[in-house]
Unconditional design. Structure first.
Length: 71
């Protein structure tokens, strides 16, 4: 907890916020934004992995069917 208070104090002095309530609100907005971006990035990555897996499955099925027609 002490580390959090030190970080908050450093953040508020860096931003020029002298009122601790303003500093807390600003820090909360920053943390909330970072969490949203992190979750969105993870969702985009997960979607890309699923899309790539689906595409690879289609390619393998096509290759398997094509080879079956040749031999």
């Amino acid at each position: 907890m002490l580390d959090v208070l030190k970080d908050l104090e450093a953040y508020s002095s860096k931003k020029g916020l002298h009122n601790s309530e303003d500093a807390i609100k600003e820090a909360y907005k920053q943390i909330s934004t970072e969490l949203v971006v992190e979750r969105y990035s993870k969702q985009v990555y997960d979607d890309a992995v699923v899309d790539a897996s689906d595409e690879m499955r289609r390619v393998l099925m096509f290759t398997r069917n094509f080879r079956g027609q040749l031999f």
